[in-house]
Design a protein. Structure first.
Lengths: 74, 631
């Protein structure tokens, strides 16, 4: 599945990021393979979404989150 | 002892600016890095007899040259031999912060690690073993709490080149550097290499963090609770509007306006009187006296009254930025801004332009892509700035006395709608969408460091002050000259002046707009110099200026109505004039800023022409459709 479908409170593990212009920036911000991501409450209308990663909070658009392939761990 | 040069580097939101400000205080110079609109800050201090120069490099997450900021940090550190490069880390967020550290180490740059925000880390139950970190990285590690100066003092005491020589990277680091080297030479594609190196860095970071950081206790962060209201819930957009409303109240009603009124009184009263009697005392000629008093002082004074407003608005916005709230505003407004062809980060310039387009245009620096920046620069001047407001207020009170407030509000809406339409048009033509993205850290809420907020306010506001003294000064003298002279010399009748002539030349442009008088033409020309002069020009040209000092807006409108102005406009042509004034070419100060920020004369000329054209077309439609509808 992709991070786009992640619901608040769920935890995921990054599998890979599909090729996209944002890929290297996402990786630089810490979304590397095996990294744990917790989905945080999003903006009022569901987009952008917020995630907790490497002990900080990052906002990204769902459209971009579509490129992040994840596996649910909790 | 010898002098020392220091560079500060680190991620955004690590308190790096606070450290910089604590170190150097107000002894700093802010300029631009050559060729790019990124602030260059250099500060100076003296510590135990040594002169220290501190360069505050832009905050970046990495130095991979993906943005102008990243390129600057890398170029600077490679090309300048600094005595010490301080890497400021947020102790509560080592995992991501160490990424930049490793990247710099790979480049062979010796670092002094500053574990900042110790207090916050402790609050979150994180304990960082600084000896261990120092041992692994092979670099001196100092702890600081940015807002307190004691840690900063420690930082200073370690600033010696001798200390730096004692440290050597551990085996862990050395093998990482070897590893990176072999990845670089693996012959894979540039993309694959970059990704492999990023993975390697984070793998190492995971190891370092597991050895260095221990978690004491898990605590629910206050930020999450605050975010529930300010960033997540359905109330968030309304709270944003409410907070902005308070900011505007503070700026225009509670604090800013009273100070502005005071400045106004000071300029109109003691300064004007003082200058007049001084000039009379020295015995200068009548026209020179008039030029200085009615031209320069009146013109600069009109702009000076806006200075307090600008500074207060900037203080509020800098303060909010320092708390971390502005990142939430970008987060909440992104869906709306995206429709317009911008991103959430564009909201800050938009808010500022209700005060003044000049800081708004400068504020566009915060945007990620060149396209976003240019779009923001090109559309923010459509909004109703503080100088346009008096035009709207006067015309509304004169011609729509029963609905004045609604008509003024309608003008604000027209400005916003036009900004949106323009962004759309630009996005489809000159500024093609390259697929914008939005990736933004939401830092924990913090109490802003007041020194940093004040310095930031001063830094942004002072440009306006300088412009009041230069561009506006020159423009006021020119306008005064144009209004008082013609080819045969000084004239008593303004209707025979150069200004009247110029007004008459452009008046036919507005034949189908219903306000093709030379007076309106002259006001339009003056409005390009400074929008605050539109009303005063009208006042002078219709002979209302001088002795009147109305107590209320209604009285002022009454006086203007009884002059020739009441007969010169119909309700419809007055409305058309308002729409035109709302939308046409920004003032020269804004144009000058556009030239500087957008990078060239071309954009400045483009903005002047396209805004004039759009304003002309839209107001033409308003007038002609209004006539068809029988207004």
């Amino acid at each position: 599945m992709t991070l786009r479908e992640g619901k608040v409170g769920e935890t995921f593990c990054v599998e890979k990021i599909e090729p996209s212009p944002l890929k290297s920036r996402l990786m630089t911000m810490g979304l590397t393979k095996g990294t744990k991501i917790e989905v945080m409450p999003s903006a009022p209308f569901g987009d952008p979404m917020a995630i907790k990663i490497r002990s900080y909070k990052l906002a990204l658009r769902r459209e971009d989150a579509k490129k992040v392939i994840v596996q649910k761990v909790g | 002892m010898s002098d020392i040069s220091i560079a500060l580097t680190g991620n955004p939101n690590t308190g790096k600016s606070t450290i910089f400000n604590q170190l150097t205080g107000a002894r700093q110079k802010i300029g631009n890095w050559p060729g790019v609109t990124v602030d260059k800050k250099i500060g100076y201090l003296n510590y135990q007899g040594r002169n220290i120069t501190v360069v505050d490099l832009p905050g970046t997450y990495s130095v991979s040259a993906r943005s102008p900021e990243e390129a600057i940090v890398m170029d600077f550190l490679k090309n300048n031999k600094m005595d010490v490069v301080v890497d400021v880390l947020d102790s509560s967020n080592l995992e991501r912060n160490l990424f930049l550290t490793l990247q710099l180490m790979e480049e062979g740059i010796p670092l002094l690690i500053d574990l900042n925000m110790q207090d916050e880390a402790k609050k979150r139950g994180l304990v960082v073993n600084k000896e261990k970190l120092s041992q692994i990285l092979g670099m001196p590690v100092v702890e600081t709490v940015g807002r307190r100066s004691d840690g900063v003092k420690t930082l200073l005491s370690v600033f010696t080149t001798e200390v730096m020589e004692k440290y050597h990277p551990s085996e862990m680091i050395q093998s990482h550097i070897e590893n990176v080297k072999s990845i670089n030479e693996s012959g894979k594609s540039a993309e694959e290499i970059e990704e492999a190196i990023i993975d390697a860095r984070y793998a190492l970071i995971n190891n370092i963090v597991s050895e260095v950081v221990t978690i004491d206790k898990r605590s629910v962060s206050v930020s999450e609770t605050i975010d529930k209201y300010l960033a997540n819930g359905i109330l968030a957009p309304f709270l944003f509007l409410g907070i902005m409303y308070v900011v505007f109240l503070i700026t225009f009603e509670w604090i800013g306006q009273p100070i502005a009124d005071l400045v106004d009184e000071l300029v109109a009263g003691p300064i004007t009187e003082g200058a007049t009697s001084f000039l009379e005392g020295v015995g200068v000629s009548e026209w020179l006296k008039a030029m200085i008093v009615d031209g320069a002082i009146a013109g600069v004074g009109a702009v000076l009254t806006f200075v307090p407003l600008i500074f207060i608005l900037f203080f509020c916005l800098s303060f909010l930025d320092g708390t971390g709230y502005m990142a939430r505003v970008a987060f909440v407004t992104d869906p709306v801004m995206r429709r317009v062809g911008l991103t959430g980060k564009g909201i800050m310039p938009m808010m500022m332009s209700f005060g003044c387009a000049v800081p708004a245009i400068m504020g566009a620096r915060a945007l990620d892509s060149e396209k976003d920046r240019l779009t923001a620069i090109m559309v923010t001047p459509f909004l109703t700035c503080g100088a346009k407001l008096p035009i709207m207020a006067l015309f509304a009170a004169m011609f729509f006395p029963d609905n004045a407030a609604n008509v003024v509000f309608l003008m604000y809406i027209i400005g916003v709608v036009m900004a949106i339409v323009a962004a759309k048009i630009l996005g489809a033509t000159v500024l093609k969408d390259e697929g914008s993205t939005f990736l933004l850290e939401l830092p924990p809420y913090r109490i802003p460091d007041i020194k940093t907020v004040l310095l930031e306010t001063w830094d942004k506001g002072k440009g306006y002050l300088i412009k009041a003294g230069t561009i506006i000064f020159a423009a006021s003298v020119i306008v005064w000259f144009l209004a008082n002279f013609n080819f045969s010399g000084q004239t008593e009748e303004m209707s025979e002046s150069f200004l009247a002539g110029l007004g008459g030349i452009i008046a036919p442009l507005f034949y189908f707009h219903g306000f093709n008088t030379w007076e309106a033409g002259a006001a339009v020309i003056n409005g390009i110099l400074a929008k605050e002069t539109v009303v005063s020009t009208m006042g002078i040209l219709y002979g209302v200026a001088g002795e009147i000092d109305p107590d209320t807006a209604a009285e002022e409108a009454e006086i203007f109505l009884n002059s020739g102005m009441g007969a010169a406009f119909t309700s419809l042509s007055a409305f058309t004039f308002m729409v035109f004034s709302q939308l046409y070419t920004p003032c020269v100060t804004a144009l000058g800023t556009i030239k500087k920020e957008a990078g060239g004369f071309k954009w400045m000329a483009f903005s002047a022409v396209y805004m004039f054209f759009l304003a002309w077309v839209v107001s033409l439609l308003v007038y002609q459709i209004g006539r068809l509808l029988g207004f």
